[in-house]
Design a protein around this ligand. Structure first.
Ligand code: NA7
Length: 538
């Protein structure tokens, strides 16, 4: 078929999750640009549109997992639980889309399959899976960091006679587990949320664990009326707090060291954090993520909790045999995860001891010859994180330079916002930004506002293009490495922060671990100095 006519706008935004929605609002309603949002899903929501697996819930507390740019929006919306569930977040983002009349500039069911920059006209040309074509001066990716599903290529997968699903591509109508024998592969945040809910419904659940993981009870509960009122009355203070913390959460990391207290005091502090639930344990001491001996105290505490809960000693041993320091992989929080293994209809397979040989029509065959008969396989196997969503779009910069070639040895950005050789391409929460180590909406608002201010500046000053200077990129990449190496984070050799979960992916620590507050300051200073490190061209 011959290509259709090309639609030209000022800016194209890819994605309609938190990032794309706010970016559209800023560029259209604050700067007056013509904007087209292209979204693969049939609705807004991004992560929360696709991740409908049982038990899907946010790890950030609801009063902090929201846009803070509009006081009216903050006052209008009321969360119901301490941690918002998938359905409630999706309702929230639909509310935002309606409130700011965003839908009219979003094209749904439209997956971007290519984008190429033409230097002669200073235009990005974008094509979609459905054959539509768009052109724009600015191309802004708002595709998220955990949106390219990682479905492991296990031999025999397509011969499986039952049904299989990836948690990040969950069917809208849900999956009926009743009476089914279910196998779930993966014990990251997702598998840890899903297992207890699947186990309630299924005839039997077998969890296939490759890497044992820590988890902390979320202690989710309905919010009290007092708390709801408090969060609204203190919105300005909460905003200031989230802008000033290392990870954008509305609580501070303690200033004391784990070595400043006696073992008994430490135990009491961990106990209290454990009872409080969620991410507070990570904040109990300032050196949990920087000092191995300090970290060991937290890691040992958490391993002991697993052994307290899980009754079968062999299962407890497999679950607590964790080989990375606490919080060097994204720390899951759960509702009854370890308790699930005390159920009669749940069993655990240790893939380190007996790896998967292949998937058969009847189920999963292990290398020791054991075959687990299954009706449903759930892949809770995570994502090709951070770079995956960008590389899958086939983006070509100046002179046909493919992003995949530019990033062969790992992602190279300036501030996680721009790539050398790709003028006027902005990557919201791109690799090299702190986003995935933080409370995401706070990181997103900062990026979107920085990009908006940058484009406003360009239009005021008659600047046609912006891209980072290669030496600024080199400096930033070195700084990202340095920041990671100042922490224990690179010690989790199998984390998605390092790309280690995807076979063949370069092992590079992708997010910026220097903290959100410091990063915000750096970005602001760069802009104030006339976009230092960027080449601005006519
Ligand atoms: P994660 O955290 O990447 O977890 C994926 C899990 O799947 C993890 O336990 C992996 O083990 C396991 N996995 C991946 N591939 C395989 C294969 N081939 N065989 C067996 N097991 C495998 O993804 P989630 O979806 O749980 O969470 C992603 C983020 O979403 C989370 O961090 C929060 O930020 C929200 P591995 O550790 O690689 O050995």
């Amino acid at each position: 078929a011959s290509p259709g006519p090309e639609t030209t706008v000022d800016a194209i935004i890819v994605g309609a999750g938190f990032a794309g929605l706010y970016q559209l609002h800023c560029l259209r309603d604050r700067l007056g640009l013509s904007v087209q949002v292209l979204e693969a899903g049939d609705g807004v929501g991004g992560t929360w549109y696709w991740n409908r697996y049982p038990g899907a819930r946010c790890d950030s507390e609801s009063h902090s997992y929201a846009f803070y740019f509009s006081d009216e929006l903050l006052q209008d919306w009321t969360w119901s639980e301490r941690y918002p569930g998938q359905a409630e977040i999706l309702r929230y983002l639909n509310h935002v889309a309606d409130r700011f009349d965003l839908r009219r500039d979003i094209r749904f069911g439209t997956r971007v399959t290519g984008a190429a920059y033409d230097a002669a006209t200073n235009r990005w040309h974008v094509r979609t899976e459905t054959g539509e074509r768009f052109a724009a001066t600015y191309l802004i990716t708002a595709v998220g960091c955990l949106s390219a599903a990682n479905v492991p290529d296990i031999a025999g997968r397509d011969d499986f006679a039952g049904r299989w699903y990836h948690t990040g591509l969950w069917p809208q109508e849900g999956v009926d587990f009743r009476g089914r024998r279910v196998g779930m592969i993966g014990t990251g945040s997702t598998g840890i949320q899903a297992a207890p809910v699947i186990a309630e419904a299924a005839a039997h659940l077998t969890v296939f664990q490759r890497t044992a993981n820590y988890s902390i009870p979320a202690r989710n509960a309905p919010l009290t009326e007092d708390f709801k009122r408090w969060a609204k009355d203190n919105a300005a203070e909460l905003r200031r707090l989230m802008h000033s913390t290392v990870n954008g959460h509305p609580h501070r990391i303690a200033e004391r060291s784990a070595h400043d207290v006696t073992p008994e005091e430490r135990e009491a502090i961990y106990r209290a954090a454990w009872e409080k639930g969620g991410l507070h344990l990570r904040a109990a001491f300032r050196d949990i993520l920087t000092d191995r001996a300090a970290n060991d105290t937290a890691s040992d505490f958490l391993r002991a909790r697993i052994r307290d809960v899980v009754k079968d000693p062999k299962t407890a041993e497999i679950l607590s045999n964790i080989d990375h320091p606490f919080a060097t992989k994204r720390p899951p929080i759960d509702t009854g995860y370890f308790e699930t293994f005390n159920r009669d209809n749940v069993s655990l397979v240790d893939l380190r001891a007996t790896p998967i040989e292949r998937i058969t029509p009847a189920g999963i065959l292990l290398r020791d010859g054991t075959e687990h008969a299954l009706d449903i396989i759930v892949f809770a196997t995570g994502f090709d994180a951070m770079t995956g969503p960008l590389l899958r779009m086939d983006i070509q910069g100046r002179d046909g330079l493919a992003l995949g070639d530019a990033w062969r040895a790992g992602p190279q950005t300036y501030l996680g916002l721009q790539v050398a050789g790709f003028p006027n391409l902005f990557t919201v929460t791109g690799p090299g930004s702190p986003s995935v180590l933080t409370n995401m909406p706070v990181a997103i608002e900062q990026h979107v506002e920085w990009i908006t201010d940058c484009i406003a500046h360009m239009r005021e000053q008659g600047i046609a293009r912006i891209e980072p200077r290669p030496e600024a990129v080199d400096r930033w990449v070195a700084h990202v490495n340095e920041a990671a190496n100042a922490t224990l984070l690179p010690q989790a050799g199998h984390s998605w922060y390092l790309g280690a979960n995807v076979p063949g992916k370069p092992r590079v620590f992708m997010p910026y671990a220097g903290g959100l507050a410091r990063y915000r300051k750096t970005c602001a200073e760069v802009a104030a100095r006339g976009y230092e490190g960027f080449a601005l061209g006519a």
